[in-house]
Design a protein around this ligand. Structure first.
Ligand code: GLU
Length: 434
């Protein structure tokens, strides 16, 4: 196919790169390493994928409402662009760092390859707690960040999208800022936009919908009937947590526990997801909601439920608590919620894991649809969007499940294997430059 195999890239000696020590990055690398036990993983491809392609740091000055100027740290990382332009969200969170952003960009590369999108992997973020900003400050932050990364993004280069702490409004400001520089509307520069400026129907609930589509596929394989006796717990009540809870309740399952940063509620007879949303709209957080008893974020992970959906931050299920997890299906709405060591424990306990790069891929799949619709100026019905999402995600699920069975490996290793096999072939066809 190519002579890349003979051109072994030397690992560079010396200091640790800033991303190498981050748990999300390290974890993703370790899972990639484990793929080497399953397939003949080309040493050069591994070396290339173990580092991001390019990283950009930007300082983002913002005039605050009190007249002072605060400067925030921002990043955009292109992990790999073999399959197409970089694609991945922008996160606003106090825990954002270059290491986390690079780790999440690596996961995007593998997610996009797994579901066979013609897209590479990228991620961005700003170290900030968006809840402490006024609307004006958030707009100023978003516009200046966009301006600072403008030379790095574009419909053919890298297409940002929402992630934790960002929403359609932030995407609208990004699109507008980029378009102001260009002098004309450029809808293809970001996805997750409001419908009126080129967003796609079905994008807002796409990640949660994809989580539920994967659960339906998993339940079929496990012979588990999804009905009023099927208990579900959801950690996180942002875009992914809320829509996962809402859609799984709509198909007839019983959502018994939901938490957000403040903790949350547990009721063995089931919760009304819309009423939880109304409570949060009024009270900002779930804590104190009278629908059930208080439960902490960690306690939720240990409930004896059929389905557990971690849909918040990474590193929640670790070697320190994995043995207490008691669900039948773990559907990872979040990116990187389970460490590799914890995953081994879960596999041994017989928990069926739908790994992040498969379970939460619905978001980027519909982002891809949005990008395509924007480039063609031809928009689809919500039914078409959801049908196409189902087709892509269930095919990906089949590929992962087939590899899991035929090669006798855990679902996570299987997902990484399927993804890397596709991406490796692409990288080897393209060969080595110069
Ligand atoms: N932030 C989402 C993810 O982690 C969506 C990315 C996108 O739509 O580009 O997959």
């Amino acid at each position: 196919m190519s002579d890349a195999k003979n051109d072994v890239i030397d690992e560079e000696e010396g200091g640790e790169a800033p991303w190498e020590g981050h748990p999300i990055y390290k974890n993703a690398l370790n899972i990639m390493r484990s793929v080497g036990d399953v397939i003949d993983f080309d040493v050069n491809v591994f070396a290339r994928l173990s580092k991001p392609r390019r990283v950009l740091y930007v300082s983002v000055p913002v005039r605050m409402d009190d007249g002072s100027i605060k400067t925030f740290d921002g990043y955009r990382v292109h992990h790999n662009t073999t399959l197409g332009p970089g694609k991945g969200g922008v996160r606003y969170h106090p825990g954002v760092s270059l290491g986390e952003t690079a780790g999440l960009a690596l996961l995007m590369t593998l997610k996009n390859s797994l579901v066979r999108l013609p897209l590479g992997g990228a991620k961005g973020g700003i170290k900030v707690d968006p809840n402490t900003l006024s609307r004006r400050e958030k707009q100023a932050l978003t516009r200046r960040y966009t301006s600072e990364v403008a030379m790095f993004i574009g419909p053919d280069k890298d297409i940002p999208a929402p992630d934790i702490g960002t929403d359609p409004q932030a995407m609208a400001w990004m699109m507008d800022t980029y378009s102001m520089h260009a002098g004309y509307a450029v809808p293809g520069v970001v996805t997750g936009k409001p419908i009126e400026i080129g967003g796609s129907l079905g994008r807002l609930d796409a990640t949660g919908r994809g989580v539920v589509y994967c659960i339906i596929e998993a339940a079929k394989r496990l012979g588990l009937e999804l009905g009023p006796e099927t208990d579900v717990a959801v950690q996180g009540f942002g875009n992914v947590g809320y829509h996962s809870a809402k859609i799984i309740a709509n198909i007839g399952c019983r959502v018994v526990a939901v938490t957000d940063v403040s903790g949350g509620v547990y009721n063995k007879n089931g919760l009304d997801v819309d009423k939880l949303r109304d409570w949060v709209a009024e009270n900002q957080v779930l804590k104190g909601c009278p629908q059930g008893d208080y439960i902490s974020n960690e306690e939720l992970l240990f409930l004896p439920v059929d389905i557990l959906i971690p849909a918040a931050l990474g590193n929640q299920i670790t070697v320190g608590n994995a043995d207490k997890v008691r669900c039948k299906i773990l559907a990872e709405g979040a990116n990187g919620p389970t460490t590799l060591e914890a995953n081994k424990i879960l596999d041994e306990k017989g928990v069926f894991t739908i790994p992040d790069i498969l379970a939460n891929s619905g978001g980027v799949i519909v982002s891809y649809f949005e990008w395509v619709q924007g480039m063609q100026n031809f928009f689809w019905s919500e039914k078409d969007v959801n049908n196409k999402l189902w087709e892509i995600i269930s095919n990906a699920f089949n590929r992962v499940f087939e590899c899991h069975q035929s090669r006798n490996v855990g679902m996570r290793t299987s997902a990484f294997t399927v993804s890397i096999e596709h991406l490796s072939r692409a990288m080897l066809w393209r060969g080595f430059f110069p």
